[in-house]
Design a protein around this ligand. Structure first.
Ligand SMILES: [Zn+2]
Length: 109
């Protein structure tokens, strides 16, 4: 995992809002925003401005703070599922390596 600094994170905010981001970047982005109050603040503002403008044009009613929270939760959940799938994959690989090793030992002995 690559640690992002504030400058990098700020540049990614638009991409995050527009869903134009790969999983690895999104993961790093959320990690940083979780820990960094000033980037979280910046994300809220940009989200409110971007999404708020669209909504005004559409004439929808909205609760943007709630929407941002739910977007972040959805993304985080999605990434956690992905990550646990990856971890599962690694575990399977480790297990088959161990099995191969055990078989090798039994053959040699
Ligand atoms: Zn930051």
């Amino acid at each position: 995992m690559r640690e992002l600094n504030c400058k990098q994170t700020e540049k990614l905010i638009t991409q995050f809002i527009e869903n134009d981001m790969d999983h690895a970047t999104k993961w790093n982005f959320l990690e940083h925003v979780d820990k960094c109050p000033s980037c979280k603040e910046e994300l809220s503002i940009q989200f409110l401005v971007t999404t708020g403008m669209q909504r005004l044009e559409n004439g929808d009613t909205f609760d943007l703070n709630r929407e941002l929270r739910s977007k972040m939760n959805t993304e985080r959940h999605h990434l956690q599922v992905l990550k646990s799938l990856q971890d599962g994959l690694y575990a399977t690989q480790a297990l088959s390596l161990l099995l191969a090793f055990l078989i090798l030992i039994m053959v040699v002995l």
